[in-house]
Write a protein that binds this ligand. Structure first.
Ligand code: BGC
Length: 627
């Protein structure tokens, strides 16, 4: 079935929508059309400017939040933007503004949201039904903030774990990503009796499959790098998961900041216009990524023209939106960008707005579900906790160390034992995530989950320096990565990450990648030291690894009696205790191969191979049970 069939509730409604688009388009000036194609960032545009420039969409970059960052603050902000967009006079047409956020593991920007495991953990569950339920809960928590659009799902097939966005990918296996792709879209956008999506907005939001395409296949896992691959391989590994998403009626697609064989995706007419729109039949619209057009040409107007002509319809131009509007207008007037292309872009944007029912919806304040009490509710958190339970992968369990006995004397320690921020990882409250517990409201740390079950458990922040086997039967040591997002999570030689682009400053303030090795003992030597010290003293250690990807953990594994990969479990750390104490057994299976060594170099012949071509310690699919 085509995307169109799912996009519309029926042929009558489809032709009604097309008629309304035609009517509106005929009344729009060039300024109004270009405004629809423009998406500034909230910190850089006021409601009055939304009206003055006929803006079609506004977004929040990661961590960009109004007021006190409560749902009510978001609703108020959206209400003001929406009201400005809906004022009609001789110079302005009422077209509802579309607001976009990165609700990529729950509505993560917002204080008190239910935070789900990042996608890598969801991949370990192998549970498409739960994926759809997670989509539904996420949609409800997005709607609670008056927002209609999430930049999710990420359908990246991350091949090399050195990539800082590995955790956003369900799996290195395109089949597993494809198995989830339609279910997450249906969950987010809403499905009525299995016959197709409800109108997003009535229980659903608009989804956005990203990043088109090959984002997870770059050489050496460099963020925004180059995916060197024959077309057959690009289709088999990276395009394949988009097919079920389009079939489920995903309304929007975001372009990747990476290149394919040296050519930037943002200027790739063949990939966008020919493959995505013509061949695969996307009827909704294509949005650029953050400042994605900047590297296309020295001249910004030329860059804008190239991207429009390549088939991008809406432009994420957070700060430079005025230049974009001026530049694109000039190129249309010069005849470099044909008017049909502008009309096609605006038609697609309006089609999504109509199909999602935005024209029929009351102002954000008055919407059902806005500021709703289910935001961060117990019921929602239960779904996240179930996902945590199902995502844990048991890699080692010597002598039946697990499950733990509730009456045991348990030492709980390690950097991530009591750190909900670390559990949640990037894209939580801040773009790069946050450390510690203060910013993550609600939920439980791993320690809090254990504490609630085992009365004799004790948390120590000093690694259990003088703990002895006389005092403790077993230790749970929670280690791993600190939060990061995008290129700042890359593993590679030091050097600026995306200088000048995105949120990252150039020059002396340039930000660096996470590190230059996947070996945890080199990245965070205190972790292996803690494990070895405790096990050396005769206390069996259960290691829990909180990380956005498999790391090289050979010494940590060797010194542990049991070892659990917990990925980035999100706000509900109590899901760990559910499994550690045996109320539920482990059922997660590795969503990607686990490297035995640090992958080296950028050998293009290794491209397309898993784990950057490193030798494998545990294959994809591996995962032990305790019974
Ligand atoms: C990321 C996108 C994200 C966008 C908006 C970009 O840096 O690549 O995945 O949706 O920012 O926050």
């Amino acid at each position: 079935m085509t995307a169109t069939a799912h996009l519309q509730a029926g042929p009558a409604r489809a032709s009604e929508i097309e008629a309304r688009i035609g009517e509106l388009l005929a009344r729009m000036s060039l300024d109004q059309k270009i405004g629809q194609m423009t998406q500034p960032e909230r910190a850089h545009i006021s409601p009055a400017e939304v009206k003055a420039y006929h803006i079609g969409s506004v977004l929040s970059g990661g961590g960009s939040c109004p007021g006190d960052n409560r749902p009510a603050d978001w609703v108020a902000m959206n209400d003001a933007y929406w009201a400005a967009s809906m004022e009609e006079d001789e110079d302005h047409l009422a077209i509802p503004l579309l607001y976009g956020v990165d609700a990529i593991h729950g509505n993560g920007n917002v204080r008190g949201a239910t935070i789900f495991p990042h996608n890598i953990g969801l991949g370990a569950m192998r549970d498409p039904d739960l994926i759809e339920r997670i989509g539904r809960v996420t949609a409800r928590e997005v709607l609670a903030t008056g927002v209609d659009w999430t930049f999710a799902p990420t359908l990246a097939v991350a091949r090399d774990p050195r990539w800082g966005r590995t955790y956003e990918s369900y799996s290195e296996d395109p089949a597993l990503v494809a198995e989830y792709a339609d279910r997450i879209v249906r969950g987010l956008q809403g499905a009525r009796n299995g016959t197709g999506p409800d109108r997003p907005g009535r229980g659903g939001v608009i989804a956005c499959a990203k990043h088109w395409v090959g984002d997870g296949g770059t050489l050496a896992g460099v963020d925004q790098g180059d995916t060197v691959a024959a077309e057959e391989e690009l289709r088999r590994l990276h395009i394949a998961p988009y097919l079920p998403a389009l079939d489920a009626g995903v309304l929007t697609v975001m372009v990747s900041l990476s290149s394919w064989n040296g050519e930037k995706c943002h200027a790739h007419r063949y990939l966008i216009q020919e493959v995505l729109k013509r061949e695969l039949g996307l009827r909704g619209f294509v949005v650029s990524d953050w400042n994605g057009i900047d590297p296309l040409a020295e001249d910004y107007a030329e860059a804008a023209a190239m991207a429009v002509n390549a088939g991008i319809d809406m432009f994420m131009v957070p700060e430079t939106w005025r230049d974009f509007i001026g530049g694109l207008k000039q190129r249309v007037e010069w005849g470099v960008v044909p008017m049909q292309r502008i009309d096609d872009a605006v038609t697609r944007i309006l089609r999504v707005k109509f199909a999602a029912g935005l024209f029929d919806r009351p102002r954000p304040w008055a919407r059902r579900g806005a500021n709703g009490s289910s935001f961060g509710s117990r019921e929602h958190r239960e779904v996240a906790r179930e996902a945590v339970r199902k995502s844990l992968v048991l890699l080692k369990n010597e002598a039946g160390t697990l499950p733990l006995d509730r009456d045991a004397r348990i030492l709980v320690t390690g950097r991530n034992a009591h750190d909900r921020g670390a559990q949640c990882g990037g894209f939580t409250v801040e773009w790069q995530g946050v450390s510690g517990n203060d910013a993550i409201q609600g939920g439980t740390s791993v320690w809090e989950g254990i504490q609630a079950r085992a009365p004799r458990a004790e948390h120590r922040t000093d690694g259990g320096a003088d703990a002895s086997p006389d005092d403790f039967d077993v230790a749970v040591v929670v280690i791993g990565e600190r939060p990061y997002a995008e290129g700042l999570g890359d593993i590679r030689e030091p050097g600026p990450v995306r200088p000048g682009a995105n949120h990252v400053p150039a020059g002396p303030g340039a930000l660096q990648p996470y590190g230059n090795t996947l070996e945890l003992s080199a990245l965070h030597p205190e972790d292996v030291a803690t494990i070895q010290a405790l096990s050396g003293r005769g206390i069996p250690v259960v290691t829990v690894l909180v990380s956005g990807r498999p790391l090289v953990v050979n010494p940590e594994l060797a010194a542990s009696a049991a070892f659990v990969a917990a990925w980035l479990p999100g706000s509900e750390g109590a899901g760990l205790a559910d499994v550690l104490f045996g109320d539920h057994d482990f059922q997660g299976r590795l969503p990607r191969s686990w490297p035995a060594e640090m992958p080296s170099g950028e050998d293009p012949r290794r491209n397309g191979s898993v784990a950057g071509g490193a030798s494998i310690l545990f294959p994809i699919g591996h995962g032990l049970r305790t019974r």
